[in-house]
Design a protein around this ligand. Structure first.
Ligand SMILES: *[C@@H]1O[C@H](CO)[C@@H](O)[C@H](O)[C@H]1NC(C)=O
Ligand SMILES: *[C@@H]1O[C@H](CO)[C@@H](O)[C@H](O)[C@H]1NC(C)=O
Ligand SMILES: *[C@@H]1O[C@H](CO)[C@@H](O)[C@H](O)[C@H]1NC(C)=O
Ligand SMILES: *[C@@H]1O[C@H](CO)[C@@H](O)[C@H](O)[C@H]1NC(C)=O
Ligand SMILES: *[C@@H]1O[C@H](CO)[C@@H](O)[C@H](O)[C@H]1NC(C)=O
Ligand SMILES: *[C@@H]1O[C@H](CO)[C@@H](O)[C@H](O)[C@H]1NC(C)=O
Ligand SMILES: *[C@@H]1O[C@H](CO)[C@@H](O)[C@H](O)[C@H]1NC(C)=O
Ligand SMILES: *[C@@H]1O[C@H](CO)[C@@H](O)[C@H](O)[C@H]1NC(C)=O
Ligand SMILES: *[C@@H]1O[C@H](CO)[C@@H](O)[C@H](O)[C@H]1NC(C)=O
Length: 449
């Protein structure tokens, strides 16, 4: 019984984790794989001016794997009083608004609720500050912490001119580029310290506010953008992505819903609709997803087993730069080698080491090209078998969960997974199932005690 209990305990703990995960994500505001993930906005007042102050505002993307892609972030807020923005460096307000009150010098923006965007790379040096001008793109914290922050500087007028009279803006909104983030209130925190380049002198902000913004897939309210298909060496069946994972193919006679790669007009369709480039233009498939992740159980050795992962881009309108994948599988606690992708374990709960973040190697496969012959990247993963838990039965060899660029991918239903040819002999008896149910309850308590 002991030898039977052990693997089931492992399974039960996984199940508990899976259940807890499902519970949390259904509320939408919490990501169990990145529980502390947030974007923090730091507002540092650097100097007072005759009618206000100069501030440097920095966005830090503290999220492990969610990044902000082109066309980048936009940050909005509501001024607490009648503030205006006299000038900006390293960013710009999208609208000037009504500045008719001002006669001699015209402010950069007089909007009560300004929206700020980053400047593009290649901005003249006299309009740049450190960390600016990346077109609003912020890397994820794991992939590239050096590029996970973005800054702009603004000179604020008609504001308070001391730490007693100045008021923090209210109602921060962060779009990245769509909805999904909700931001808390600005809090007065310990003033930031800045070290000089030679580290021999430290200066500090006159006053600092922090605002924390968190992501929720529920708020983002978007259709899935990715799905998973499965296959294995032990069964010829290729389990495709579930039909309509990301949308259903509309009537073929209706133009623009998807593109047939055989179409002689392909090039003209792609280029003519290129202007409206935020909505994906996908190849016609049963799943209609811009991204498909295929997990193939490739080889079985005595001590090891090997998986091939292929990510395919079906979107004609998008090259995914700095893409990333988060994969949950119990054998990630014993991964031996990952070929041609970067790898880092994600262990938000310390003891549970079943989640990996994978991303491309710089200048090799960090750019996932638009749909077509080069629109895919692949890697192989070598796992060391743990005799106590390893099994090809019951779909154990397949991933539990996959995220592409932070979005949950649609998985095939478990009962559709490729079977072992002799699966019947591996089926649990009803007694086994009963024990499993009890154990999973225990495992849940155990994992969260
Ligand atoms: C934001 O993320 C940072 C880094 O993970 C963390 O130290 C901080 O506590 C988080 N803030 C909040 C309010 O969760
Ligand atoms: C404002 O500045 C004074 C000293 O100039 C300091 O004692 C006080 O703590 C500051 N208040 C805040 C809210 O930073
Ligand atoms: C906050 O901003 C949102 C979006 O800009 C707006 O709908 C909402 O009314 C604002 N709330 C307040 C209190 O200003
Ligand atoms: C404010 O934000 C900065 C940068 O994100 C961070 O280093 C600092 O710890 C934060 N302060 C508080 C009190 O959260
Ligand atoms: C597709 O279009 C054809 C011809 O316009 C129509 O007869 C058919 O009902 C449509 N099908 C759907 C599912 O809308
Ligand atoms: C993707 O990148 C290639 C090479 O840089 C470029 O030719 C192509 O136009 C890009 N496609 C899109 C949709 O941006
Ligand atoms: C998780 O597993 C990986 C691969 O076996 C290992 O390198 C890493 O140190 C483990 N991390 C923890 C926190 O156990
Ligand atoms: C990996 O598997 C081997 C063989 O089962 C085992 O001896 C080793 O402790 C495992 N390592 C980890 C980190 O679980
Ligand atoms: C392969 O798996 C499928 C389920 O996806 C199953 O219907 C089929 O019987 C399996 N083939 C063999 C040879 O066991």
């Amino acid at each position: 019984m002991g030898s039977l209990l052990q693997p089931m305990m492992g399974y039960a703990i996984f199940l508990a984790f899976f259940l807890s995960f499902t519970c949390f994500t259904s509320t939408g505001a919490y990501d169990a794989l990145d529980p502390n993930g947030n974007i923090t906005i730091k507002w540092d007042i650097i100097s007072w001016t005759p009618d206000g102050y100069v501030a440097v505002v920095t966005l830090f993307n503290f999220q492990q794997y969610r990044h902000i892609q082109a066309p980048g972030w936009s940050l909005g807020w509501t001024w607490a009083k009648k503030e205006v923005i006299w000038s900006m460096v390293g960013g710009q307000a999208t609208e000037q608004g009504d500045c008719s009150k001002y006669k001699t010098t015209i402010p950069h923006s007089c909007k009560k609720t300004p929206t700020i965007v980053d400047l593009m790379p290649g901005t003249p040096y006299n309009q740049q500050i450190a960390n600016c001008c990346k077109g609003g793109v912020l890397s994820s914290w794991i992939q590239d912490p050096a590029n996970a922050a973005g800054s702009f500087q603004l000179s604020v007028g008609a504001a308070g001119t001391s730490n007693k009279t100045v008021r923090a803006p209210k109602n921060f909104t962060l779009n990245a580029p769509g909805p999904g983030y909700s931001c808390g209130k600005a809090r007065i925190v310990k003033p930031s310290r800045f070290l000089s380049a030679d580290k021999r002198r430290a200066t500090q902000a006159l006053m600092t506010w922090n605002v924390t913004c968190t992501y929720s897939q529920f708020l983002a309210n978007k259709a899935p953008t990715c799905c998973v298909s499965l296959s294995s060496f032990y069964n010829d069946t290729i389990v495709p992505c579930p039909a309509c994972s990301c949308g259903c193919q509309r009537n073929m006679t209706e133009p623009g819903s998807c593109v047939d790669p055989e179409s002689p007009y392909l090039a003209s369709v792609v280029s003519s609709s290129g202007k409206n480039s935020n909505t994906p233009l996908v190849r016609c498939t049963n799943h209609m997803c811009p991204i498909r992740v295929h997990w193939h159980v490739k080889l079985n050795y005595k001590e090891y087993w090997r998986v091939k992962v292929t990510i395919t881009n079906f979107n004609y309108r998008m090259n995914y730069s700095a893409w990333n994948l988060v994969v949950q599988h119990p054998n990630f606690d014993n991964v031996t080698e990952i070929f041609s992708f970067n790898y880092k374990p994600l262990t938000p709960y310390g003891a549970i080491n079943d989640t990996a973040m994978l991303w491309g190697l710089n200048f090799y496969n960090d750019l996932l090209m638009h749909a077509g012959p080069t629109g895919n990247v692949q890697s192989e993963i070598l796992f060391q078998k743990d005799k106590a838990t390893f099994s090809f039965a019951k779909g154990w060899a397949f991933p539990r969960r996959i995220y592409f660029n932070g979005d949950n991918c649609v998985m095939p239903p478990p009962d559709a997974y490729p079977w072992l040819p002799n699966a019947a002999s591996h089926q649990l008896t009803s007694l086994g199932k009963l024990i499993l149910t009890v154990l999973s309850t225990l495992g849940f308590l155990y994992a969260y005690a």
